[in-house]
Every structure is written in C-alpha cells, then in structure tokens.
Design a protein around this ligand. Sequence first.
Ligand code: 6LW
Length: 507
Amino acid sequence: MTAIPLPNPTVPGFHPDPSVTRAGDDYYLVCSSFEYLPGLPVFHSRDLAHWTQIGNALDRPGQLALAKIPTLGGAWAPTIRHHDGRFWLVVTEAMGRGSLLFTADRAEGPWSDGIVMQGVSGIDPDIAWDADGTCYVTYSGLRLDGDSPGDHLGIQQVRIDPETGRALEEPRSLWSGTGLMFPEAPHLYEIDDTWYLLIAEGGTERGHAVSIARSTRPDGPFEGCPANPVLSARSTDRPIQNTGHADLVRTPDGGWAMVMLGMRPRGLTRAFSPMGRETFSAPVEWVYGWPVIRPVEPSPPGPPVEHTDDFTAPSLAPEWLSVRTPAADWSSLTERPGRLVVHADGSTMDDPCPRFVGRRQQHQAAEFSVRVDCSGGIGGLSLRIDELHHYDIEVGAGVARARARVGGIGQNWEHPLPTTATTTGEVTVRIETEPLGGTGPDALGPDLVRLSFETDAGRVELAALDGRYVSAETAAAFTGRVVGMYATEGSVAFDRFRYRGEDPPPR
Ligand code: 6LW
C-alpha cells in the first residue's frame, strides 16, 4: 500500500469519472467534461497528491461535436493509457457520435483529431493490451440511442484495431458485477499475470460502488471478489458520498492507489452537492490477490486558495470553459489588452450556447469577482449548473440586475447604477457562496449564494439565494457549478477576475 498522503478532494470541483495513467515517473489524469469546451482536462503529477492542469485533450474544433448536444450529453468518462510510447484516450461523445479514440505523443498534446470506434456501441470505454499486442476495448453496454435507448447489455468487450478503432469481432459479455444497477466504468489490468476487471455499479448517485473480478485471461471468465463491492459510501454518514467510477495505478513508492469520483453533499440532510462529482483518491493494499481500499475520508481543510486573471496572456488559461462553442469564436484578449472582451449575440444564460467563459467552483466557500466595463453592452457573472439552473449578476444600460433561473422559473432584482458607473462603465460584480452549517430549518440548503455589485458609491447586495437550486442533485446534472463572465448585449470588457476559495471543516 502506498505511504503517500493522498489529499481529498484530490482534484476539487466538478471533475468526475477520473482516469489515471503512469508514464515513467509522471502521472496524467483526465476527467469528463460534458458540454464544455475545451474538453477533457488533463492533469499532471509526480506524486499522485499534487495535480496541475496542463491543458485539455480536446481543444480544437472538430475533436468534439457539441453544438447540438443536449444537456447531460457530451464528453463522458474518458480512459487515458500510456502504451508503446504513445498516449491513448478513449471517450464517449454521449448523445453524439459515440465512442471515440484519440492518440498523442505527449499528454500535453496536441492530440489527434479522433476516430469513431466502429462496433463499440456503449459508454465508458477502456483500452488495454495483452503481451501479444492485442488491443481490447471493454465498455458499459448502456444504449443511449438506437431502437431501445436505456437498455443495458452489461459489461461488453471487443478486440479492436487500435490504428483504425474498428472492432475486429462481435462484442462479448463479461462479468457485470454483483447485480447492482448500471454496471459501468470498466477498466482492465494485467497485474502479476492475473487479469483484473474493475467496474462501477449501483448508479452514480448515493448507491455508487466499485467492484472487481479476476481471470487468467483478458476476455474472462472472471471470478468476482468475495468482498465486493470493495468500495462504497452507500448508507453511511461519511462526508464523502457517491464514491465510485474508479481507476487503479501503481504509486511512486511501489504501492497502489485508486482515483474515483465522489461528492461532498451539505445541508441539513446532506442532500445537495454544489460542486457535483469531484476527484478523490485512496491507497490500495492487496490481500490474497484482491484490492482492499479504506473508506475515502476528507483531508483537513487547507488554507484559502486564490486565483487572479488580468487577461494579459495571449490565450485563456486551460481552466477556462465555454459552453458548446469555443470562446475564441466570440471573445478576444487582444482588442483591449488586459481585458477579455465578450461579443454578445443576444443569447442569455437561459440558452444552450451562451457567450460565457467560466471556471469550476472548487471550494465550498468561494468568492468570484470581476470588473466589468458595461459601457458597450450588458454582461456580468453567472453561477451555472446548466441553462435551467443558474444565478446571475449583470450590469449595463444604467441598471444592475440579479437573475435567478430554476427549472425555467425566473426572478429578477434590479437597482439603478450610479451615473458615474454608467459613464465610466466600470462596475465590479461579485458572487459569493456561504456554506450553511446550522441545524435549523434555514440550513436545509448547502449554502447561500450572494449576488452583489460595487461602484465608487459602495457595494450593494441584490440577492442572497438558496444554493440547493443550483446543486447537482436538484438539477439532475452530471456536472457541477461553473462560474464565469457572460455578455447578452453588445460587447462587454472584463478584467481583474478574482477567485478566493476555502473549505470549512467537513460536517
Ligand atoms: C459516465 C458513467 C456514469 O459515463 O455517468 O452514472 C456518466 N455513471 O460512468 C457520466 O458521468
């Protein structure tokens, strides 16, 4: 078992379905990204504890076709592997073209344009090779399209030609867990001449679990571990819930570790997770040829984290995200040096392709602020789960406006802007999330979301809203909060973006 202290969360903020691979002394981790571009964030580490985002695997037009992808669809559950001197990445473009295969000489990229894996018709593809070089793709047989969407054929496997992505045979069914619903997230490993099949089952909600089986062959038959599920937080009061969708990796000190997704629900009944599914990790020890994983517990909260962006770099940092369309198509870092200029097309945050550039909320107590020059339009900051669940603070046309949209129901709060602000256009807008900790009826939600603006006449809070309605469970979202700048009219210039986050002690 590794002696490396693995912090939890390991990669905070909405980073679900993690997959990790080792290349020499370097580790690389990727996560799902759904309707966001650029797709599939890529992280690097040398110790599995400290991760730095080094880019996004799918950062060019054409690698992902998201423009018409419905909410919930998009880039689901990648697997990254290093094999034969190359990096390989398989992922499902859910509700789109299906399962895709990408390669790169370096994990930083550039990655290939991607090919559709003909004959792989499910989700959560894994890619593995045997000693002879035969390539196996193992996947969850969940049907998302075709004649009977929602049908589930269990864990499936085909041999493929890795150069063309084409299946070389009809799929076969493999061991599919202990009988819990939704066997998925398979990963295949050869460890000391034994083949292991790791899967998730129980569904990605509070019943999520990790189970494992082993065989002498990569195509089975597999024998399930007598201790399955080997990891789950179901029916416990642990602060970290939904643990599942795991991947195994050897650690620098010769031990083993597992990364997986989890959630940090809060509120009186611990029902709401503002940041959605995040990446966690745990040490693994092997007993009688089976992995033993201790329950995933949160690390003691660290000091506050601060990020600033003055938009002086030639391109946006990799953490910045847009929704379904690339930010480069309608924003500029050169028109007004030191500012991000966003050109509106009339879309708002209620639309599928808003002119929005955001980053993940990564701490339970978070503050986002940005200075807005609204002399040329209307824009501001939005805290977004999706187009039906978002809280916004915007300025322009002489007015500051807070907007709440929950399931399409909307409410606005308005306040005139001081004339100085209207002429200079310079207003700072702010979104703060304040975790609730009490036990009274006012603590049902996970936090309060405060929407305010500030001019030289002072700060005005327009609304303080219940955060449960912009949480993953309420929105039935696979993502989590993304907070960022948007424009709905004209052109709006942003600078002095500030993020400050910290986590209160776990409840
Ligand atoms: C992912 C699958 C899942 O492909 O959700 O609920 C999908 N389980 O493993 C998106 O995260």
